[in-house]
Design a binder for this molecule. Structure first.
Ligand SMILES: CCCCCCCCCCCCC/C=C/C(=O)SCCNC(=O)CCNC(=O)[C@H](O)C(C)(C)COP(=O)(O)OP(=O)(O)OC[C@H]1O[C@@H](n2cnc3c(N)ncnc32)[C@H](O)[C@@H]1OP(=O)(O)O
Length: 296
């Protein structure tokens, strides 16, 4: 059975995320707040506010493995079908690392079928987030490179913790790979063409002050206020009638989404042939070894 189907089977039948009913929160949250978790994602929903906070908990670095992409996608699908939820805030369960981006071990030493399955899952999560009818906010409480940055860029707004260690950006070129066109388009839609060209060619990771200046994030706040600020900004987005906000969002994002929908299969094939090259496998392995060496 393909991994997506396996995780689905695991999560759906007896899952605590089943249906629209999430468990009542043991603590925290407003009256009636509900809490549910899958292995790698914790959901805290506050039906009174119409908001769910989705927390990544995929240690050690919240990397976007195939399992993580799949579980996150299923959680989002459930929340989208829950009529009490109108907005979602994405954040890390533990501060320090929002997400280390795509899981490099999924792109190293595997076979073409695996690369294709993985890339399809990356596309699917992006499509789900970028086209979401929900208002989406990112409470970025940790470092946020590459795929982590992409996740936050799919949101309607971004709040970043004021910690110089928490850098954010699409740093792919520093690894010897590059951001595909729809990563690039997502960034262009946020900070414009010239700033994106510079950021992507140099693989820039911006400090909070730089990210604010270039418009990559909307607000930089003290670390302990990231989630509360994201929730308070969410109430502004939810003050707008849903249909008007959603139609506007669709209008703004449709051309970008259509580009990927139109070239989806070719994009998978391009990824597989690029990532399978010996030279690319070598640079990824060297990068991973460098990361691992730090700890051994
Ligand atoms: C003509 C051709 C057309 C082709 C068209 C298509 C082209 C497509 C090209 C390919 C596109 C790919 C897009 C890629 C997107 C990505 O997201 S790549 C990932 C980028 N991420 C990073 O660069 C971050 C790497 N990690 C770090 O910098 C640090 O780990 C950290 C996040 C700053 C945290 O630091 P620290 O707390 O010190 O933890 P570490 O000790 O470094 O890490 C702990 C363990 O976790 C492992 N790890 C870290 N990051 C990853 C990761 N992304 N994936 C997998 N594993 C990771 C790390 O190795 C440590 O492991 P152990 O030592 O074994 O514990």
């Amino acid at each position: 059975m393909a991994l997506v189907a396996r995780v689905r089977a695991l999560l759906l039948p007896g899952s605590r995320l089943r249906g629209a009913t999430l468990g009542r929160a043991a603590n925290g949250g407003g009256a009636g707040a509900r809490r549910a978790l899958s292995h790698r994602v914790l959901v805290e929903a506050d039906p009174a506010a119409g908001v769910a906070v989705v927390k990544f908990r995929n240690p050690p670095v919240n990397s976007l493995s195939l399992e993580m992409l799949t579980e996150l996608g299923i959680c989002l699908e459930k929340l989208e079908n829950d009529k009490t939820v109108r907005g979602i805030v994405l954040t890390a369960d533990r501060p320090g690392i929002f997400s280390a981006g795509l899981d490099l071990t999924e792109m190293c030493g595997r076979n073409p079928a695996h690369y294709a399955e993985f890339w399809k899952a990356v596309q699917e999560l992006w499509l789900r987030l970028y086209q979401s009818n929900m208002a989406l906010g990112a409470a970025i409480n940790g470092t946020c490179p590459a795929g982590g940055c992409l996740l936050s860029l799919t949101c309607d707004y971004r709040i970043l913790a004021d910690n110089p260690k928490y850098t954010i950006g699409l740093n792919e070129t520093q690894l010897g790979i590059f951001a595909p066109f729809w990563f690039k388009d997502t960034m262009v839609n946020t900070i414009g063409h010239r700033a994106t060209e510079r950021a992507l060619q140099l693989g820039l990771l911006f400090t909070p002050a730089e990210a604010l200046q270039v418009g990559l994030v909307d607000q930089v706040v003290p670390e302990d206020q990231v989630q509360s600020t994201a929730l308070s900004v969410m109430s502004q987005w939810l003050a707008i009638p849903d249909h008007a906000r959603q139609l506007t969002k669709t209008m703004m994002r449709k051309a970008t989404v259509d580009q990927l929908l139109k070239h989806r299969e070719a994009d998978i094939q391009n990824f597989v042939s690029f990532i399978s090259r010996d030279s690319i496998q070598k640079v990824l392995q060297v990068y991973l070894q460098k990361l691992r060496k730090k700890n051994h």
